[in-house]
Design a protein around this ligand. Structure first.
Ligand SMILES: [Zn+2]
Length: 119
């Protein structure tokens, strides 16, 4: 139903079905959008302090992620260095009785080697 009722003055007004955000008639919407409460205001001191704290926290988290990434890059380099031996050691011919899992590991190691090489 395209007819709705204003939450301010209860006057009926027309809106599309998808326009649920339209809760006021044009006159009330205009009045509210011009009110001083609806204008941009400078942040108060508490808000500024909270934002500064958020920025500090985000910078700390960013530094931690950079450190974490360096460790991961080093691990990747080590894995890449040893992966040929791991593939050799996991070859199904070398682990009689466990050929199935050895094959799965070898396939996974080969895929990881290609993935690392592609970086
Ligand atoms: Zn109204």
């Amino acid at each position: 139903m395209p007819i709705s009722y204003c939450v301010e003055c209860n006057t009926s007004f027309w809106r599309e079905d998808a326009e649920n955000w339209k809760t006021r008639c044009f006159k009330c919407w205009k009045k509210k959008s011009n009110s001083p409460n609806n204008k941009l205001r400078p942040p108060n001191n508490n808000e500024v302090e909270r934002l500064q704290e958020d920025v500090r926290m985000l910078l700390d988290e960013r530094l931690a992620l950079i450190d974490e990434n360096a460790v991961l890059q080093e691990d990747l380099a080590n894995i890449f260095q040893y992966i040929s031996f791991l593939i050799f050691a996991c070859h199904p011919d070398r682990v009689p009785g466990r050929e199935g899992v050895a094959h799965e590991v070898m396939v996974w190691l080969n895929a990881k080697r290609e993935q690392i090489r592609g970086r």
